[in-house]
Design a binder for this molecule. Sequence first.
Ligand code: ATP
Length: 246
Amino acid sequence: MPATLTVEDLAVDYGGRRAVEGVSLTVGRGEIVTLLGANGSGKSTTLRTISGLVKPARGRVLYEGRDITRAPADQIVAAGVGHVPEGRDVFVEFTVLENLLVGGHTVSRRDLAARLEGAFELFPVLYARRRQLAGTLSGGEQQMLAIARALIARPRLLLLDEPSLGLAPMLAREIFRTIQRINATGVAVLLVEQNARRALRLAGRGYVLETGRVVVAGTSRELGADPSVRSAYLGFGRTPAPAEGG
Ligand code: ATP
């Protein structure tokens, strides 16, 4: 059985400037894999290329063995790849329900009610606020809405870009628990996360990007023990280890 996601030798340019250079990675069925790296290392670009928002200069993206490198973004969504972009990106002038309906535009009328029900079951707060404008939700609720919106199309691979960014530690923990619950239903996850400690706890494996290249790859245990990862992302070696937070 092919992996859920296989990225082969991906190279991406923005206006002639290379942002991603030769990235290869895989996400197996039902796996959570994390992508770590400093600001500007190419994490978001990698996700955006997988979901078809950016087209690569070189390389291939295979979803369940099928080459989707040149497919339009809406076809990639329909094939089963959900993308929750950084900064949540909900439609603030739309209600919660309208946002979810946008996520469900590829879903048949017949299936839509059950999908909405599933979203509200996962996020009861969204049901309570279904008629509220998304712009009036808290940051954590907007993140839940962005995730729920992506789930409406029932993806088998979820790309999450910094889901805990800007959230209070308690809300961030809730988001991580939610990711775990989503994964437990069989959805594979590729997680970009600035909280490397949390990400490694959640993920089975990970990759570290530096200036567009994978510089370290391994199981979360291996990454957690890697001196370069520990000093750059886990706070060891430079300053005393931070207290557990986030
Ligand atoms: P961050 O954590 O800050 O989001 P990242 O690891 O996700 O960083 P990318 O956003 O993928 O990194 O950016 C990779 C490189 O591409 C950076 O040098 C960035 O400045 C550049 N870049 C990203 N988006 C664009 C764009 N739309 N146009 C031009 N350059 C871009």
